[in-house]
Structure formats: structure tokens, C-alpha cells
Design a protein around this ligand. Structure first.
Ligand code: GCO
Ligand code: MG
Length: 412
């Protein structure tokens, strides 16, 4: 079998997505997600100009070899653009292999280790009553684990507060409940870490009083704290028994987590902006984290995700793959197959795409009673409706950024 075409499809139903569609001489097609939020067109060029010409004529069955070839022959390795492009190729090849075999990808990865994947959703509110409503809405949708983000008194616009209430798409204007927004320039948000550190423990105390001790609760620090601030937050949240505290410090300074770890037993998750297995090497080996937050899309696909999880298994570190709406249904399906197959699955983030996105990407995965399942269609189980995708051309959109009260740019 040979690859005869590889098309890069850009579409913006509820938000921008970049998808690679590989076609073989036997008429089989495979899909891969290459969406890099806010920098989408850089990956389009990387794929169209530098990867697609290398794929034509090659054997789609050689997944590992193709991955190694694209990674090593570029010479300049890693980085989100390169790894999103390689990830899309990898997913598309697994999709094709599954279709050839007549099996869902999780069967090729060793078969199911569980009947479903516990998912968490994003509850948020500017105030406590709004937050409580949002938690209840998520529980009504079946979620059994919930991420909690709130406004901080004194700050006007901060990360994690949905622009509209309700996790499902209602309005045409919604940008998929995630922080990026359409427009020529990124929006500015404000930030004050001390105000945040004073407020967040009171939020979790209130949520525990309202919803009881059992509900698994998660929180995302979104890279904003110094090591000692993160240590303080982890310690102050211990009474509220978090499932995890995510991205408490900026990802570049991995040694920061050593300090955080020495001070708190709150479980730590990190890695949504990591690109490779090597980014996790010391964090896993030194047991500085509890959950791997990589996404198939920005991490080079299914092949390295499986590898990092097998390594993590030796240290009792579990998965918590990144699943916001900027991971397309293809990327989400890819990591669901991995999550179903590995023994050390932890939890899967699931924010739910908008209705227009779901019309462009026809999916066979299910979400029932709080559990996801990738379905049993051969391959990844997602098909792209190219005509529907064509209705929504790319629109410029950016993630916001932060400034402190004195105007200093801060980690977002
Ligand atoms: C999460 C993430 C997202 C990111 C988004 C940026 O935990 O889901 O932090 O909300 O902000 O993926 O593109
Ligand atoms: Mg996050």
C-alpha cells in the first residue's frame, strides 16, 4: 500500500482546526489533528510545504519508521509546530492501520483495560453561586469529576471562566468555551498572584461544603505561580482533597516541582504544553508529578503517548491527557484509544465541542454517565465531512495574555 495524497484541511466551525487527511492507493483514508491554538497556520505550512511531499509514495503501515524519519530528518527537533505536524501524520497512519485491520485503534494497542474513561469537565463562575450552578450543570450532564475555576476579587478578566454558561454549544457566537477569541489581536487579562492565593482556598472550602467530600475536584493554576507560591497553594488546598493541582508553575523550570513536592501532598499534573517524551523524563523518574497532561496532538501522536505512559507506569504515574476544545475530535479520539488500552489511565479531560464542530467531525465516541468510550469503528472512529468543513474558513484568533497591575507581562 502507498500514500497517494495528503491534504491539510483548515476549518473554523466553532473554532479553528487543522486536520491532515492521508489517502492511500487502496482508497483508505486516515485523519490526524494538527491544531495549534493561536498559531494554526504555521503548522499548515510545515505540513504542506515540508511533510506532505515526503509522504507521497511511502508505505502507510510503517508508523514507527515514518515517525522516526520525520523527527530525525528535520535535524531541528521538538517544538509545538514540528510535533503537531508529526502527531497528525502518526494519528492518520494509526487510523489507516485500524481500517485495514477492521479494528478500533485501541485493539491494536493491546485491547481495552477498562470499560470506559472517567472524564472531567470544566465548571466555572465569576462568583460562588455561578460556580455552584456550573458544577450542577456538569453533574446533570453526567460528569463525575469536575475542574473548578473562579473569578478572583479585584481582577476583571482571568483564565478559566467560560464566556457563556453551560458546557454545551448553544449560541453561534461562542468560541467553543475556551480562552482563545476571534480577532486580530490577543485580549489582555489581568493577574495578581497574592489575591489568587488568598481566594482559592476559600472557594474549595465552599465547594466541599456544598457538594460533600466525595466529588473528585481538579484545579488549573495555568503556569502562574513561583515555586514557593505553588508550594503554599498546594499546602493550603490539602484539606479539600484535590484530585490534582495542574500546571502550578511555568513548565520550563522543571526543578520547581522538586520544591513544590517537598511541601505538599496535593497531587500534581503537568505537561499540556510539553512536546516530547523527553520533557517528562526527570519529572517521572524523580516522581515529581502524579499525572501526565500530554495531548496526542501536540506530543507527536499516539506512538509517543503510548511510550511515555509505559515509562510512567514504572513510577505509578497516571494519564490525564489534555482535552480542551482546541484538541479536535480527531485528537481527542486518538488519546481515548490510548487511554482505554493502557493500564495506568487516570482521567480524561473532556470539554465538549460545539454543535457545528460535531457536524464537521462525525464521531463514534460516546459520553455516558461520566465515562467516555472511543467506540468500535475501525480506526480512530472519526470522519471529516469535507463539504461541511469548507463552509467555515479560517478566522484569526488568539489566546489572551496577562499583565500585572503595573503593566508587567505575566505568564498566562
Ligand atoms: C486545560 C488548558 C486549556 C488551555 C488551552 C490553550 O487545562 O484544558 O489549560 O484551557 O488554556 O488549551 O489553548
Ligand atoms: Mg491546563
Amino acid at each position: 500500500m502507498k500514500i497517494t495524497a495528503a491534504d491539510v484541511v483548515v476549518t473554523s466551525p466553532n473554532r479553528n482546526f487543522v486536520t491532515l487527511k492521508i489517502t492511500t492507493d487502496e482508497g483508505l483514508t486516515g485523519l490526524g489533528d494538527a491544531t495549534l491554538n493561536g498559531r494554526e497556520l504555521a503548522v499548515v505550512s510545515y505540513l504542506r510545504d515540508h511533510v506532505v511531499p515526503l509522504l507521497i509514495g511511502s508505505d502507510p503501515h510503517r508508523i514507527e519508521d515514518t515517525w522516526q524519519f520525520l523527527y530525525r530528518s528535520a535535524y531541528w527537533r521538538r517544538g509545538p509546530v514540528t510535533m503537531a505536524a508529526i502527531g497528525a501524520v502518526d494519528m492518520a497512519l494509526w487510523d489507516i492501520k485500524g481500517k485495514v485491520a477492521g479494528l478500533p485503534v485501541y485493539q491494536l494497542l493491546g485491547g481495552a483495560s477498562r470499560s470506559g474513561l472517567m472524564a472531567y469537565g470544566h465548571a466555572s463562575g465569576a462568583s460562588l453561586p455561578e460556580l455552584f450552578d456550573s458544577v450542577r450543570e456538569h453533574q446533570a450532564l453526567g460528569y463525575r469529576s469536575i475542574r473548578v475555576q473562579t473569578g478572583v476579587p479585584g481582577l476583571n478578566r482571568i483564565y478559566g471562566i467560560a464566556s457563556q454558561s453551560g458546557p454545551a454549544d448553544a449560541g453561534a457566537e461562542r468560541y467553543d468555551h475556551e480562552p482563545a477569541q476571534r480577532g486580530a489581536l490577543p485580549a489582555e487579562e489581568d493577574w495578581d498572584t497574592r489575591a489568587y492565593l488568598r481566594h482559592i482556598p476559600t472557594v474549595f472550602e465552599a465547594v466541599r461544603n456544598e457538594f460533600g467530600p466525595e466529588l473528585p475536584l481538579l484545579h488549573d493554576g495555568h503556569h502562574r505561580m513561583t515555586p514557593i507560591q505553588a508550594a503554599k497553594l498546594g499546602k493550603s488546598l490539602e484539606p479539600y482533597d484535590l484530585f490534582w493541582l495542574e500546571d502550578c508553575t511555568p513548565a520550563e523550570n522543571q526543578e520547581a516541582l522538586r520544591l513544590v513536592r517537598q511541601h505538599t501532598t496535593t497531587p500534581l499534573a503537568i505537561g499540556e504544553i510539553f512536546n516530547t517524551v523527553w520533557d517528562f523524563q526527570s519529572l517521572i523518574k524523580e516522581q515529581l508529578i502524579d499525572y501526565v497532561r500530554a495531548a496526542s496532538t501536540h506530543f507527536g501522536g499516539i506512538t509517543p503517548l503510548r511510550k511515555v505512559m509505559d515509562y510512567a507506569a514504572q513510577y505509578q504515574v497516571r494519564s490525564g491527557f489534555h482535552g480542551p476544545t482546541d484538541i479536535s475530535p480527531v485528537g481527542l479520539a486518538a488519546q481515548m484509544h490510548v487511554g482505554l488500552a493502557i493500564h495506568n489511565f487516570g482521567i480524561q479531560e473532556y470539554m465538549q465541542h460545539g454543535t457545528k464542530t460535531n457536524e464537521v467531525f462525525r464521531q463514534s465516541f460516546t459520553f455516558e454517565d461520566g465515562y467516555l468510550h472511543p467506540g468500535d469503528q475501525p480506526g480512530l472512529g472519526v470522519e471529516l465531512d469535507v463539504d461541511e468543513a469548507g463552509k467555515y474558513p479560517y478566522e484569526t484568533a488568539y489566546l489572551p495574555y496577562n499583565r500585572l497591575a503595573d503593566g508587567t507581562v505575566h505568564d498566562w
